[in-house]
Design a protein around this ligand. Sequence first.
Ligand SMILES: *Cc1c(COP(=O)(O)O)cnc(C)c1O
Length: 406
Amino acid sequence: MKSIAEIRRDFPILERKIGGNPLVYFDNGATSQKPQQVIDSIVHFYTTYNANIHRGVHTLSQGATNAYEEARRKLQKHINAAKSYEVIFTSGTTEGINLVATCLTPFVKKNDEILVLTTEHHSNIVPWQFLCERTGAILRPIPIDEKGMIILEDFKSILSERTKVVSCQHVSNALGNVHPVKEIITLAHSVGAVTLIDGAQSCPHFTIDVQDLDADFYVASGHKMYAPTGIGFLYGKEVWLEKLPPYKGGGDMIKTVCFDKTTYADLPYKLEAGTPNICGGIAYGVAIDYMHSLGMTNIADHEHALLRYAHKQIHNIGGITIYGTNDLDHKAGVISFNINGAHPYDIGTLLDQMGIAVRTGHHCAQPVMDFYHIPGTVRASFAVYNTLEEVDRLIEGIRKAIKMLL
Ligand SMILES: *Cc1c(COP(=O)(O)O)cnc(C)c1O
């Protein structure tokens, strides 16, 4: 792998100073920074071959179409999907989940059950509530233990022939916990339920194999994995994508349109109406290449080393509660904590004055905060360009904040 110093040079934003201090960017769980390669691909697209895709015979349109479809194949390889048309471009995780929850409407009836983890991001709760309102189905949270891990025994006991959907995060954005999704999927399938995995926090950090997991649907966002905002993917097994009705109507998703009847295009276009985020899709492909040039295992190992170091150092400060599992083998590069007696918002504000960007608040996962009876947490989340020295800056910042607040 490139050295961390070399990797950091790929990310121009890391040269910024905040309040005179070099930026420490620890808000990667919200969005990652973008390497020059991705930024260049955006400029290159708009300066040399910007055109709409799938409809022009001219050179620019063919160039754009080829690059966009090439990006789809890169994603296919990245998650080991069997077919490239099982990868649907979306605007992000939120859209992917909304698409599935909307298109599953005809398959769900009154009193059917939809199970999600207690620690889900709101985008894996609210679309299912909409589905329940439409169909009379019931949304049930899967219990977690005090470390925020799924309780498999409880999960087994609430699974039944009424369970129609199990939708579960792979990694918690609020706690960093990595859930045993392969086991969850197997159990869900044993009662005939369809499964969706929210991979927004897993795809940036480690290799995903959707076939090995046997996931029916898997979703993620580009912007948390070094690509721009407004692009993401939905993986679906061919059998499921074939069964789903179209999500949106419009151009590109049709075969023939007349006023009596419209026939739909084949996959993946059936589920991709309208002009997509072409440039974003192409840049997503470049981001995937970038990650593979570093090596997914190297990325995971580096982030894990940061997590282990940060966990130990934060723990050593004393007077701090760390949320989520202590079993760091089942935790991705996210650490969520509170200084006892201080409000997370105040800590975040003080850290920002020292140039350290962390997230504070409920992290779009209010049920997790209710579970712990807290208003929110301070969350540091790591990416491949972060360093141990930056963790030291955080530790020093926390110590200063404690002196100022307590
Ligand atoms: C960020 C995130 C989402 C939502 O992703 P968007 O990019 O905002 O659509 C969903 N689930 C998890 C676990 C997340 O971290």
